[in-house]
Design a protein around this ligand. Structure first.
Ligand SMILES: Nc1ncnc2c1ncn2[C@@H]1O[C@H](COP(=O)(O)OP(=O)(O)OP(=O)(O)O)[C@@H](O)[C@H]1O
Ligand SMILES: [Mg+2]
Length: 450
């Protein structure tokens, strides 16, 4: 945070003064611009770590600056200052790439937290060698590559993200990755299954309660929202939230504060909100089962996780990975799939997506009890209408499994040779091999090359 500089863009001298003073107390230097034009001039000639921009400027608005920043300084976080209660503007700013928004009248605690988050983000970007704990998002298909790109982009912002997708596609995994790749990675990731909490306990589970506020409340209890303070709150199956909780949640988002059951005072909270459901939220809005205002707040950015049917070429990789993981857990050798088993998988539509593939393979390993998994072990339901591209998938699986180990040996040798030739410079080695750096990094990891 040392030597960090913030650009304050606002034409209200009192507000600028207040912000500058707050930043100074945090040990941060600042510069001021009273108009869009002046801001652009400063941004081109000096270097900054964060921009705080008022929504209304004499010669334009915050959205204009956001658009300009996307073009000229895409890595620079910008938080906008919006009029109190102007939800639409805040949402538009987040969609336009704002890192976060702060509403007027300024709450200095909120301002400080926003600034700290932005600085953490800059710090993380400086150290590119992030090692993620936990599962990775597998799949080299175009839709998955695109999804990975989107995850990296939305991780930079504080905007609420809604993750849509069929069940078992990896929505929770995506939520965890957004959290891990962003400024809040060190904070908590609190996942809440909205469909699993009994209605009568919901308010106290979410917001906590004060001792004695109802029968059974024997001690003060912290809510899930407070547990996510400084981190991420993931509302899984958000469509299952009853309407009265939707109202309360909307308040939390708007006010950035919560009131525990039986408590008079609101407590400030700083959470990033991610949500997911396998249901069609906009349809539920149309049916009056989900509040439209909440829908717009949580759905500022929507990511859709593709079904397995839309990325059949990922199935071999997923299959290999899952079999490897299961074998490791059981301390057994990795089994092979027979040609017939592959053929059957190739005609399967996977209504339960990756989770179903995991279940099928786990069951098959148990049933086969050996080194080979046959068609009968898969116990697939009778093939329904064939999915799009089963042929392509079939070919890909056959190739990957039959040739798998042989190809891996050849590949490993080629990569090692290229690395030695380039003195372990991965960028140069990727050139030699005619693949992208990313692809090489992936292969190295997959083949377990040190
Ligand atoms: N691309 C992927 N790479 C590796 N593993 C994946 C991938 N997608 C999903 N998985 C795995 O599949 C399982 C299901 O994923 P997850 O729980 O994230 O799905 P979901 O969309 O939340 O499902 P549901 O709607 O059933 O809650 C998990 O074990 C997860 O690790
Ligand atoms: Mg889930």
């Amino acid at each position: 945070m040392a030597n960090a500089r913030v650009l304050i863009v606002d034409d209200e001298p009192d507000l600028v003064e207040l912000v500058a003073l707050t930043l100074e107390r945090m040990g941060l230097a600042s510069a001021r611009a009273g108009s869009l034009l002046e801001a652009q001039r400063l941004l081109l000639s000096e270097s900054f770590d964060l921009v705080l921009c008022d929504m209304r400027l004499p010669d334009g608005d915050g959205l204009d600056l956001l658009e300009w920043l996307q073009q000229r300084r895409p890595g620079l976080p910008c938080a906008v200052i919006t009029a109190h209660g102007n939800v639409e503007t805040a949402v538009r700013a987040l969609k336009a790439g704002a890192f976060d928004f702060i509403s007027k009248p300024l709450d200095l605690a909120v301002l400080r937290r926003t600034v700290i988050s932005a600085m953490k983000l800059a710090e993380r970007d400086g150290s590119q060698t992030l090692t993620f704990q936990g599962p990775r998002l597998l799949g080299q298909s175009a839709p998955m590559e695109e999804l990975r790109g989107l995850i990296a982009r939305v991780a930079r912002s504080q905007a609420p993200v809604h993750i849509a997708g069929e069940s078992g596609t990896g929505k929770e995994l995506v939520a965890r990755l957004i959290h891990q790749s962003g400024a809040r990675a060190e904070g908590a990731f609190v996942a809440v299954n909205c469909g699993a909490i009994p209605q009568e306990l919901m308010e106290s589970e979410f917001f906590g309660h004060k001792r004695g506020s109802f029968t059974g409340a024997v001690a003060d209890k912290k809510g899930l929202v407070q547990s996510a303070d400084g981190g991420t709150l993931f509302l899984d199956e958000v469509a299952d939230l009853p309407l009265h909780m939707q109202v309360k949640l909307l308040r939390v988002i708007q006010e950035k504060s919560v009131r525990p059951v039986g408590e008079n005072q609101e407590q400030p909270v700083d959470v990033r909100l991610l949500s997911a459901t396998h249901r069609n939220l906009s349809e539920l809005v149309a049916l009056g089962q989900f509040r439209e205002d909440l829908y717009y707040r949580i759905n500022v950015i929507e990511l859709r996780v593709p079904s397995l049917r839309e990325r059949v070429e990922d199935i071999p990789e997923l299959t290999n990975h899952i079999l490897r993981r299961l074998s490791k857990r059981e301390g057994e050798a990795i089994p092979l799939l027979t040609g017939e088993a592959l053929e059957q998988l190739s005609h399967y539509t996977f209504p339960g997506n990756v989770r179903e593939l995991e279940n099928i393979l786990e069951r098959a390993m148990t049933l086969s009890g050996g080194t080979e998994i046959g068609a009968a072990d898969l116990q697939l339901r009778a093939p329904s209408a064939p999915a799009a591209g089963p042929r392509k998938f079939s070919a890909a699986v056959q190739e990957a499994s039959a040739l798998g180990s042989q190809l891996e040996d050849v590949e490993r040798a080629a990569i090692v040779q290229a690395l030695e030739q380039t003195r372990y410079n991965k960028t140069a080695a990727a050139k030699v091999l005619g693949m992208t750096f990313r692809a090489l990094r992936y292969r190295i990891k997959k083949l377990g090359i040190e």
